[in-house]
Ligand binder design. Structure first.
Ligand code: FES
Ligand code: FES
Length: 164
């Protein structure tokens, strides 16, 4: 076992984990952060996307020990004081989900796109989402949602709690 200390959604945790434990397993099984989901476990689908030190990663492709000493933000850390994050709101308002399985990863990746492209073109949004698969929506409303969120203040920020 290896001892790690990780800040997740603004709270700091110290745990002993097996060196082979994936970050997504650690989040779900140790911390109960089941909002981060597993779609493929082979870094193809993007459903498990979280932010590591403010940038998106596929958490099935990162070991928990690699997050030692770092900050992770999951979909569960986005809402502040009961208010949805602007990207969550935009997905809701633009009907950008159906079954919702891809949605946590889509939203985390969409926020990351806005860090590089505060006013993204449709092509930049589509390219930014190319590692995130959706079986339901046909992507059109997801792209619309990201474009709408880009107009909201603070949409590129993952959480006001992180870094406090
Ligand atoms: S579960 Fe991580 S990319 Fe699919
Ligand atoms: S909404 Fe069902 S997989 Fe995207």
């Amino acid at each position: 076992m290896t001892r790690i200390t990780v800040t997740v959604d603004g709270d700091t945790y110290t745990d002993d984990v097996e060196p082979r434990t994936l970050l997504v397993q650690y989040l779900r099984e140790n911390l109960g952060k089941v909002g981060t989901v597993i779609g493929c476990d082979t870094s193809n689908c993007g459903a498990c996307t979280v932010h590591l030190d403010g940038r998106s990663v596929k958490s099935c492709n990162v070991l928990a020990v690699q997050a030692d000493g770092h900050e992770v933000t999951t979909i569960e850390g986005l809402a502040t004081d009961g208010q949805l994050h602007p990207m969550q709101k935009a997905f809701h308002e633009n009907h950008a989900l159906q079954c919702g399985y891809c949605t946590p990863g889509m939203i985390m990746q969409a926020i990351d796109i806005l860090k590089d492209h505060p006013d993204p073109s449709e092509q930049q949004i589509r390219e930014g989402l190319e590692g995130n698969l959706c079986r339901c929506t046909g992507y059109h409303n997801i792209v619309k949602a990201v474009a709408a969120a880009a107009k909201a203040p603070g949409a590129e920020l993952a959480s006001s709690k992180v870094g406090e």
